[in-house]
Design a protein around this ligand. Structure first.
Ligand code: SF4
Ligand code: SF4
Length: 263
């Protein structure tokens, strides 16, 4: 970012345009911050690119803290029902960038005490909830993908019925999704900031199904180098190309702008 990020101004601007399908300064700020961070590592090789994912997570969490602290958000947004011990949202498929998966695999391989989690992952056979949901809490909370970070709900019954397909008691009309805009924009912007520089450099950084993609590389200490060489390190069924449409490349004829939604 060339100018300091003003969370309050961004939030005011975002709420004035979002309902008309306009741009989101919050999403753009997050996108630019992460894109710049990752872009600066491209000439340094694959290990630097993957390490930048961790830096991006920290940077975007700081941005989200700024947004939450604004009076507009703090006073104008219903309090989230989210918290430790609440994991209905972990009963759905989670998307991540290829680089997030490679970063998380690397971190788990070197994390003391992570062996039981790795074994859970390797035993995964397609079921839900997420293998990392242990005692209704995320056991990789500090590493979790951007899409997991962007969830924000004010009525847990909506999550129970939507994600876990349970009959939630006394649940009426779904709450307005307006309160989700800011967190979604922060973390969706980051997802595209992770992918964009790699797409622009002609490198493969698809959106992938988090758990099967992670399972495929968890035992591969060479996964980062293999991905950088252009090997297909993720199984075809774990690739979700539609979340990352081709981006604009100089001189490219078929390319489209990077935009998208979904967890
Ligand atoms: S998104 Fe829903 S299920 Fe997930 S932590 Fe928040 S309230 Fe709980
Ligand atoms: S990684 Fe963590 S937050 Fe994300 S779905 Fe799995 S348990 Fe839930």
């Amino acid at each position: 970012m060339n100018t300091p990020f003003d969370a309050a101004a961004a939030l005011r601007s975002m709420t004035s345009t979002a309902s008309e399908g306009g741009t989101s300064p919050i999403r753009d700020a997050s996108f630019e911050a992460v894109r710049t961070l990752v872009g600066a590592t491209l000439s340094k090789g694959p290990e630097a690119v993957i390490a930048a994912v961790g830096e991006a997570q920290a940077q975007v969490e700081r941005l989200w803290t700024q947004v939450r602290a604004t009076p507009a958000f703090a006073l104008g947004t219903p309090k989230a029902a989210c918290g430790k011990g609440c994991g209905w949202c972990c009963h759905q498929r989670v998307g991540a960038t290829a680089t997030e998966v490679l970063y998380i695999a690397q971190a788990l391989r070197s994390r003391p005490g992570a062996a039981p989690l790795v074994e859970r992952l390797k035993s995964w056979n397609g079921g839900r909830p997420c293998v990392f949901l242990v005692d209704n809490a995320c056991s990789i909370y500090d590493l979790r993908p951007m899409k997991c970070r962007g969830v924000y709900q004010v009525d847990v019954r909506w999550c129970m019925s939507t994600f876990a397909k349970l009959d939630a008691p006394l649940f009426g009309p779904a709450p307005s999704p307006e309160f989700q805009l800011a967190p979604k924009d922060v973390f969706d912007g980051a997802v595209f900031g992770l992918a964009h520089p790699l797409h622009m450099a002609g490198r493969d950084c698809p959106g992938v199904d988090f758990i099967p993609a992670l399972k495929a590389v968890i035992d591969r200490s060479d996964a980062v180098q293999a991905w950088w060489r252009g090997d297909q390190v993720f199984p075809a069924e774990a690739r979700l190309h539609d979340w990352f449409p081709p981006v604009q490349r100089p001189g490219g004829g078929k390319d489209r702008k990077a935009r998208g939604h979904g967890r």
